[in-house]
Design a protein around this ligand. Sequence first.
Ligand code: RAM
Length: 426
Amino acid sequence: MLNKMFKVMVVMVLLALLVPAATGVFAQGVTCSEDYSVQADDWLSKLADKFYGDVLAYPAIFEATNAVAATDSSYATIANADLIEVGWKLCIPSQEDAQALLGGQMMAEAPAMAEAPAMAEGGKTYVLVPKNLGNPYFDTANTGAQEAAAELGVTVTYQGSATADATEQIQLLNSLIAQQVNGLAVSANDADALVPVGADAIAAGIPVVSWDSQIAPGGRTVHVNQADAEGIGRGQIQLVSKLIGGAGQIAILSATSTAPNQNEWIKWMEDELTKPEYANIELVATVYGDDEDEKSYNEAQGLMKTYPDLKGIISPTTVGIAASARAVQDAGKVGQVAVTGLGTPNQMRDYVKSGAAPAFALWNPADLGYLAVYTLDAISSGKITGAPGDTFEAGKLGSYTIDENGVVLLGPPTVFDASNIDSFDF
Ligand code: RAM
């Protein structure tokens, strides 16, 4: 870990020193051996791994693309190496040119870096378990988890059930315990139902953290929470109130009825609604789309039929909010029914622009997956036991402390609207 951090620092120092040299290399005719068009879920270190087998070689792509962009505007100009956008054209220099661009230092370290996958093969395997597969939110969390895995020299596999169902999830976890994996990071479909299987894993020496949606204490050591539940819940009511002018009927379209995270947020929404400033807002229904697109869409349609005067839908699930916005648009009710909730900017961009969902919130799921893997690894490697007060380092995200409830908090969510939605790509 320290070794990796040292390498990152060496590369950063070298880059700072190398800017004039890099320009020189291009002056000497380094060309792009390949052009690459950025796809969803790409990030620079992933591409560096793909093209050079070395995640730390990403500055070569960064430098090369910016250099060619200076004379050819069809290439992207990358201001921030952490932010690349789908569709951008990148310049991929040859391995040789990349090496020259990085002053030879990067590739000189290649043998040491190449040890990482070998170590991982005989080394630790953790499993990142989403509520279900096929949800871009969890796919993005997995990209962050893979980034952490590469930094830590471990393998993280991504395995989930087809539906967001606790029984299916328990079956999967039992089979992972039988396979003697080295750690489990789970977004739970039911807080209590998963306690026995989580406790079995811990008893078998397999550390368990929950992330995104928690397993109750007893079935996990630490829960990696995206943001304070009270803040999320109250924030949703504040958002919908603004969008509907403080008066009218609203409904909640949630994920599954047992989802620990949504249920906690809804509890805080209901509490917020008791404040006098919301006296003119009436919560008429809470329905469940089970984090399935079609079911969520049908539920949203149902709400609009049953409550023709409905003014707002809060959907605190990335699947539900996108389906609700689509249903509002298809029903020709943009401007009459405002959708808000928790969504990914990439899924919601068009609906923000059409006015179907003018504003919503979320955290960065990739950071959440990254933090979950660092937390699990800190426990698995014995750096911490996971007890309240324990502090550990989580790579680029910095230092975290486990609170008195065994919870690690990522940080406050971002509110997205027309003014900022185009700055985010996940
Ligand atoms: C869905 C899932 C997930 C939740 C997000 C906001 O993707 O239900 O658990 O955190 O929405």
